[in-house]
Design a protein around this ligand. Structure first.
Ligand code: GDP
Ligand code: MG
Length: 316
């Protein structure tokens, strides 16, 4: 093996070796391929991985469908957000409000027993929200950690009207005890090319009945009244876009992003057309930079970082 392969690659390779069946082998190969450095020195290995993947894809599609694993939620849309949290914080209510999926909402705990996905739409992006059984310090439903690790973004739902910090601590404690290391680095400091990191977002629910809730845009919501839910879906769509862009050649998937790019390009075009008026040229450059800034999240991120509701990054 070339000496310059990364620890992420080695981790993915370990998964490959430990895989129980072809499907898991294929998943591990995909990961190995996506994290491997792509340059001349690894061309042979890239070709070999592709050959293996194509072989396994055929084997998997030929194999008789085994019993459905309800904890494996197939990915759909631009990104999969797995909503987790202690009982009764409103995970199911949020999925119901944002997606209309038929999930059970009730006053008593443990109403939700298996993960249940729904699709949320924002502009032209579809985001998959997955409802899950509750996490408690005493009990973690077997199979649930697999669902969480498999998702793109983890949404930690907390009850702003109850004990939000306890809710968050319970969940983070469970992750920690399962070797998912948690850091509070803001999203702009994450290395988007490092798949060992996954983003989690704290979502404070029930602000309609919370005493004096802090309300940073997009993360403080009421699943009952719907307040903040659209902004949350927008934020998640942005994050999913960032995750996609990290692994793939940039594809402009969202209308708003295209509009910002068009506006930046127009300003640059005008900049080129201005003759001998430095102040006008400077203004066009500023306009272009502003549109690009919105696109990269430079401005948005500052807007959404609340004092309490900071972003977490979870290694998995
Ligand atoms: N006032 C208020 N109640 C909510 C909100 N979200 C959920 N609830 C209520 O909290 C209870 C638990 O909700 P549920 O979605 O089943 O919680 P889960 O266990 O996290 O899935 C239900 O009685 C919901 O009606 C909210 O935003 N505001
Ligand atoms: Mg529920």
């Amino acid at each position: 093996m070339p000496a310059n392969l990364t620890p992420d690659y080695e981790r993915a390779e370990a998964k490959y070796r430990e895989a129980a069946d072809d499907e898991q082998r294929l998943e591990a190969l995909r990961e190995m391929y996506s994290v491997m450095p792509k340059h001349k020195g690894t061309e042979k290995l890239q070709a070999e991985l592709k050959r293996k993947m194509s072989h396994l894809r055929k084997a998997v599609s030929r194999a008789p469908r085994k019993q459905q694993d309800v904890f494996h939620v197939p990915k759909a849309g631009a990104g999969q957000v797995v909503l987790v949290g202690t009982p009764n914080v409103g995970k199911s209510a949020l999925v119901l409000k944002a997606t209309g999926a038929h999930v059970k909402v009730a006053e008593y705990p443990f109403t939700t027993v298996v993960p249940m996905p729904g699709m949320a739409q924002f502009e032209d992006t579809q985001i998959e929200l997955v409802d899950t059984p509750p996490l408690t310090a005493e009990h973690v439903t077997p199979g649930l950690m697999g669902t969480i690790r498999h998702g793109d973004i983890i949404g930690i739902v907390i009850d702003a009207a109850g004990a939000p910090l306890d809710d968050a601590q319970t969940v983070l404690g469970i992750f920690e005890s399962r070797e998912m290391t948690v850091s509070t680095r803001p999203v702009q400091d994450l290395d988007p090319s490092d798949p060992g990191q996954a983003c989690a977002l704290l979502i404070a629910n029930k602000i309609d009945i919370a005493p004096a809730p802090p309300r940073p845009e997009g993360q403080a919501i009421s699943a009952t009244t719907g307040e903040g839910v659209a902004a949350l879906v927008d934020l998640l769509a942005d994050k999913a876009d960032a995750a996609l862009a990290a692994g793939e050649p940039a594809v402009i998937t969202r209308a708003r992003h295209r509009a910002e790019l068009d506006a930046a390009a127009e300003a640059l075009h005008r900049y080129q057309g201005v003759r001998g008026r430095p102040e006008l040229k400077a203004e066009e450059l500023r306009i272009a930079a502003r549109h690009l800034g919105r696109l990269t999240g430079r401005i948005d991120v500052e807007e959404v970082l609340g004092a309490i509701f900071s972003e977490f990054c979870i290694g998995k």
